[in-house]
Design a protein around this ligand. Structure first.
Ligand SMILES: *[C@@H]1O[C@H](CO)[C@@H](O)[C@H](O)[C@H]1NC(C)=O
Ligand SMILES: *[C@@H]1O[C@H](CO)[C@@H](O)[C@H](O)[C@H]1NC(C)=O
Ligand SMILES: *[C@@H]1O[C@H](CO)[C@@H](O)[C@H](O)[C@H]1NC(C)=O
Ligand SMILES: *[C@@H]1O[C@H](CO)[C@@H](O)[C@H](O)[C@H]1NC(C)=O
Ligand SMILES: *[C@@H]1O[C@H](CO)[C@@H](O)[C@H](O)[C@H]1NC(C)=O
Ligand SMILES: *[C@@H]1O[C@H](CO)[C@@H](O)[C@H](O)[C@H]1NC(C)=O
Length: 485
C-alpha cells in the first residue's frame, strides 16, 4: 500500500521531469531511421540517452517495427503496442499484425512495436550464461542455500554490467516511458495511442502519469499495480495464480478432454511437487535439446506451471489448459520435459532481461534467512499448492543494481478516458491489482471480463472488440460493464 518513504524516493525523478530537462520535448531532436521490410512493414531505429537525466551522455539504439495502416486514407494515428513480460518482443506481434490484431487496429492505425531498451531488436543485454545456469533454490531453507542464491544473482548482475555496460542499470519503466515519448515526438503523428498488456500496463501508467496531456487513447489490459509493496505483491499474485490452478483442476474434473480427468488434480500436483523436491523428475527432451534443465524440482514445477495457466483455450501458438494437463500427466509418468526451466544458451540469450527489469522496478527482498522463511510460511499458509511461486522477486536479493523505480500509488490526472480491462480470474495479473489501479487513474473505465486467462485482447472476444472500438472511436463502455468473452 501507500508508503511515504517510497514516495519521497521517487519525487526527485518526477521533479527533474517537471523541470523539462530530463524529458524528451523537442520533435526535431529525435529522428527515426526507417528501412522498408515489406510493403506494409518498416523497421526503425532511434538513438536515445541511456540515462534520461544525462541527455548528452552515452546513447542506446532502440529498434521497432511499424505495420502501416491498411486504409491509409482513413488512418486515425499511430498505435504503440507492448505485450509485457517484461522482456517480450513487441516487434514479433507487429510483424504479424494481421494475425495478432483486430481489423480496426491494423486498418486504421500504423502499429508500432518497440522492443523496450535492452530487449530484442533494441540493443539486447548480454550476460554470462554459465552463471545464469547454476542451479539454486529460490526459497532457501539454510544459510548456505541463501548464500548460493545471493551469490549467483550478484555475479550474474555483475556479468551483465561488464558485458552490457550501464544500460543494465537503466532498463526501468520510467526510462521506457520516456523512450515512448521520444518515439511519439519523432513520429510527429499526433497524440499517443497505446495498447499495453500485462507488464506493458506499467509502461502505460508510467507514461500517463508523466505525459497525461499527450494521450489520445490508452488501453491497459491485465493490470500491474505498482503500488503493491513486496509482501502484498507476493500474496496477491500468489492468490491469483493459486486460484488459476484451482479453476484448472475444476475444469479438469468436468472435461473429458483433460488428461487428468477423473483424478483429484490438486492432490496429483501436490504429490508431484513433494516427490520432485526429493527426487527431481527427469526431462529427457531437455537433455536432448540442451535448452532446458535435464530434470525438474518441486519448486521449479510450482513456478513453471505459471505460464501454462495463462490460456484456458489455446490462442495462436500459446499453450492451453489441455496442454498443461498433458504436461502434468507426463510428469506423473516420469517425463517433466514441458515443465522444465529454460537455460541460457549464449550470452545474448533472452532469459536475462526480465530479472534486470524486475530488479529496477521493484523492491529487493531483505537478505535474511528469517525474512525468507517468514515469506515462505506466509505463502505456504495462503497458497498451499503453489507455495512461494507467486513471486520471483527473490532473484533480486543479491542483484547488484539498486531499485530505481520505487513502488507507490500513481496519481494519473488530466488524461482523456483510459480503458482498463482485466479478467476476473486472470491467473497472472490479479483483478485486485486492476481494481487498485482503477482508484489511481482519475479518468478511467474498468471493463471486466468474466472468465479465465491472462489479458483479454488476444482472446478475440467481446472485450477485444470493445478495445478496438475504443481505439478507433474513443467510445468507452458504461462503468462496471462485465462481458463474458
Ligand atoms: C530542437 O532541436 C533542434 C536540433 O537539435 C534545435 O536546432 C532547436 O533549436 C531545438 N528547439 C528547441 C525549441 O529547443
Ligand atoms: C518504402 O515503401 C513505400 C511503399 O511501399 C515507399 O512509398 C517508400 O518510399 C519506401 N521508403 C523507403 C525508405 O524506401
Ligand atoms: C526477440 O527478437 C530478437 C531479435 O530481434 C530475436 O533474436 C529473439 O529470438 C526474439 N525473441 C523472441 C522470444 O521472439
Ligand atoms: C472441454 O475443453 C475443451 C478445450 O478447452 C473445450 O473445447 C470443450 O468445450 C470443453 N467441454 C466441456 C463439456 O466443457
Ligand atoms: C517427454 O515429453 C516430451 C513432451 O513434453 C516429448 O516430446 C518427449 O518425446 C518425451 N520423451 C520421452 C522419452 O518420453
Ligand atoms: C513450505 O512448503 C514446502 C513444501 O511445499 C516445504 O518444503 C517448506 O519447508 C515450507 N516452508 C516453510 C517455511 O514452512
Amino acid at each position: 500500500m501507500f508508503s511515504l518513504p517510497s514516495l519521497s524516493l521517487l519525487l526527485p525523478a518526477i521533479s527533474t521531469l517537471a523541470s523539462g530537462l530530463a524529458i524528451p520535448h523537442n520533435t526535431s531532436s529525435f529522428q527515426i531511421q526507417w528501412k522498408n521490410v515489406t510493403t506494409n512493414l518498416d523497421f526503425g531505429t532511434l538513438h536515445v540517452p541511456i540515462d534520461w537525466d544525462n541527455r548528452h551522455g552515452e546513447t542506446v539504439q532502440l529498434g521497432m517495427y511499424r505495420h502501416k495502416a491498411l486504409k491509409p486514407d482513413q488512418k486515425v494515428g499511430t498505435l504503440m503496442f507492448n505485450p509485457g513480460g517484461p522482456g517480450y518482443n513487441a516487434s514479433v506481434y507487429v510483424q504479424y499484425a494481421q494475425y495478432a490484431f483486430g481489423p480496426d487496429a491494423y486498418n486504421y492505425f500504423d502499429i508500432v512495436g518497440l522492443d523496450t531498451r535492452g530487449v530484442g531488436a533494441s540493443s539486447p543485454i548480454k550476460c554470462d550464461p554459465e552463471i545464469y545456469n547454476e542451479r539454486v533454490s529460490m526459497w532457501p531453507s539454510t544459510q548456505s542455500e541463501l548464500d548460493a542464491l545471493v551469490g549467483q544473482y550478484q555475479r550474474l548482475g555483475e556479468s551483465c554490467l561488464e558485458m552490457s555496460g550501464s544500460l543494465v542499470a537503466h532498463m526501468d519503466s520510467i526510462s521506457v516511458a520516456k523512450d515512448m515519448e521520444a518515439i511519439r515526438l519523432a513520429l510527429n503523428d499526433g497524440k499517443l495511442n497505446y495498447l499495453g498488456l500485462s507488464y506493458g500496463t506499467l509502461y502505460g501508467s508510467t507514461y500517463a502519469e508523466l505525459f497525461p496531456h499527450n494521450i489520445r487513447s490508452m488501453v491497459l489490459d491485465g493490470n500491474m499495480d505498482h503500488s503493491q509493496d513486496e509482501i502484498s505483491y507476493l500474496t496477491v499474485n500468489g492468490d491469483t495464480m493459486e486460484t488459476g490452478l484451482t479453476r484448472f483442476s475444476e475444469w479438469c474434473a468436468q472435461n473429458s478432454t483433460c488428461a487428468l480427468h477423473k483424478t483429484d488434480v490438486l492432490t496429483v500436483f501436490d504429490d508431484l511437487v513433494k516427490h520432485a523436491n526429493e527426487h527431481p523428475i527427469p526431462a529427457p527432451g531437455c537433455k536432448a535439446s540442451g535448452t532446458c534443465r535435464s530434470d525438474v524440482t518441486g519448486q521449479e514445477l510450482q513456478s513453471n506451471i505459471g505460464n501454462l495457466l495463462w490460456f484456458k483455450t489455446a490462442v495462436g501458438l500459446e499453450t492451453s489448459w489441455a496442454d498443461l494437463a498433458g504436461a502434468l500427466y507426463l510428469a506423473t509418468q516420469g517425463n517433466a520435459t514441458a515443465l522444465s526451466s529454460s537455460l541460457a544458451t549464449s550470452p545474448s540469450s533472452d532469459v536475462y532481461q526480465s530479472t534486470a527489469i524486475h530488479c529496477l522496478d521493484w523492491t529487493h527482498p531483505p537478505n535474511s534467512l528469517s525474512e525468507i522463511k517468514y515469506r515462505e510460511e506466509l505463502s505456504n499458509g495462503t497458497t498451499p499448492h503453489i507455495g512461494g511461486a507467486g513471486s520471483s522477486r527473490n532473484e533480486c536479493i543479491g542483484w547488484p543494481i539498486a531499485q530505481k523505480y520505487h513502488e507507490r500509488r500513481v496519481h494519473i490526472r488530466g488524461t482523456p478516458q483510459i480503458l482498463q480491462t482485466n479478467a476476473l480470474h486472470d491467473p497472472s495479473t490479479s483483478y485486485v491489482g486492476a481494481s487498485n489501479m482503477h482508484t489511481q487513474i482519475q479518468n478511467s473505465v474498468l471493463l471486466t471480463r468474466r472468465g479465465d486467462g491472462h489479458t483479454s485482447y488476444f482472446q478475440f472476444g467481446e472485450t477485444s472488440r470493445a478495445i478496438d472500438a475504443y481505439l478507433v472511436h474513443l467510445t468507452v463502455p458504461e462503468p462496471n460493464t462485465v462481458l463474458d468473452s
